[in-house]
Design a protein around this ligand. Structure first.
Ligand SMILES: Cc1ncc(COP(=O)(O)O)c(C=O)c1O
Length: 376
């Protein structure tokens, strides 16, 4: 293969390009009608039996942070976070001054181990942040029951899971607030961007206010012909609003999302059927709809991961490791007192191979051929 096959690649065509150009020419670049259009489209896309409300934001990290604030999580509270995740899921808890309590994961899905999470609950535990790793849903029924039993707030980190279904319902219909990422590598890519969604309109309006300096609603309308110059800062807020160009990208990406997710599933199915049976895969039960943001593989014993990744690179194939468990990072190493037996074991031989909807059949077949050849 002449060209390098990256780990991820956005699926952008002239439709996105044209709408971004049109938006640039419209004279309105920040939060405005395009953001509203994206928010409404996302609410409609996610809606199952009850209305969903959406606020577009500049990242999933902002969505997670503002969600915790909106739910009243504060200094002294404990929040349970899986150790198998990106920095964002835990750091937002630290930003608030609450305590991150790291939890081990299920060995087959790499999602939070709900049984172990229950053992970590104390009087101070106020929330849990399940992460749908690689686009495979957490056990929302058990998490819902746990939250009910101990009166916990649930904020889902659905950075990997736009379009994912738990049983027949899309992620976004289950807990207090769900946060999505539209970062450059995600299934719906804006470059940078995110959203918080909820069935509770008040929570979303609270997040909207916190995302723009705690200013009362319609702050963005003040420059419009029918807007009014007056605004009121009602509380301390932040600056995390979504702008029109990113929203324009999102509007088109959302229209293409189901097709793009379907293509990821096709590639995953090809990988699962054709990669050597010496490799182990994450769980994918038919009762759910896995959207394959990532495709992690577990190497057989005797294959050195670093050498394997170098071999892939030599053959023009990108790879990475998702994730280095949080408790193995310098900042969180004091939490290594908990039991991370599964995360430690899985971390030894896992890596992610390329997965993106714009992948050609030729690339997909080439990846399988090379991986199988290296493993032998
Ligand atoms: C699990 C998880 N949560 C949160 C984030 C943060 O998303 P964003 O870059 O949109 O802030 C990421 C980003 O890669 C992620 O993988």
């Amino acid at each position: 293969m002449k060209n390098f096959i990256p780990l991820a690649k956005p699926d952008i065509d002239n439709r996105e390009i044209n709408l971004v150009i049109q938006t640039l020419k419209s004279g309105w670049l920040t939060t405005g009608p395009k953001v509203l259009e994206f928010e409404n489209a996302l609410s409609d896309y996610l809606k199952n039996d009850v209305n969903i409300y959406t606020v577009g934001l500049n990242s999933c990290t902002s969505a997670l942070f503002l969600s915790l604030l909106a739910l009243g999580i504060k200094e002294g509270d404990e929040v349970i976070v899986p150790t198998w995740t990106f920095a964002a899921t835990a750091q937002v808890v630290d930003w608030i001054g609450a305590t991150v309590v790291l939890c081990d994961i299920d060995k087959d899905s790499l999602n939070i181990d709900v049984e172990k999470a229950e053992k970590l609950i104390t009087k101070k535990t106020k929330a849990i942040i399940p992460v749908h790793i690689a686009g495979y849903p957490c056990d929302m029924e058990r998490i819902g029951n746990l939250a009910k039993k101990y009166t916990l707030k649930v904020v889902e980190d659905a950075a990997h899971a736009i379009g994912t279904k738990y049983k027949n319902k899309k992620i976004g219909n289950f807990s207090d607030i769900t946060c999505f990422s539209f970062y450059a590598t995600k299934n719906l890519a804006m470059g940078e961007g995110g959203a918080a969604v909820s069935r509770d309109k008040k929570l979303i309006e609270k997040i909207r206010k916190l995302s723009y300096f705690g200013i009362n609603k319609d702050a963005f309308k003040r420059y419009e012909k029918n807007g009014h110059w007056f605004y009121d800062i009602e509380e301390i807020g932040y600056k995390a609003n979504l702008d029109s160009m990113h929203a324009a990208l999102g509007i088109i990406q959302l229209k293409k999302l189901d097709k793009m997710n379907q293509r990821r599933r096709e590639i995953a199915s090809y990988y699962r059927k054709n990669l050597t049976n010496k490799i182990k895969f994450n769980k994918d039960l038919d009762e759910h709809y896995h959207t394959y943001h990532l495709f992690p593989i577990r190497l057989p014993k005797g294959i050195n991961r670093n050498i394997f990744i170098e071999e892939l690179k030599k053959n023009n194939i990108g790879a990475s490791v998702h994730f280095i468990p949080l408790h193995l990072h310098t900042f969180y190493k004091d939490r290594a007192i908990y039991d991370f037996e599964v995360a430690n074991r899985v971390y030894e031989n896992i890596l992610s191979i390329p997965m993106y909807s714009a992948m050609t059949d030729e690339e997909m077949k080439y990846i399988v051929k090379i991986v199988n050849k290296i493993i032998g």
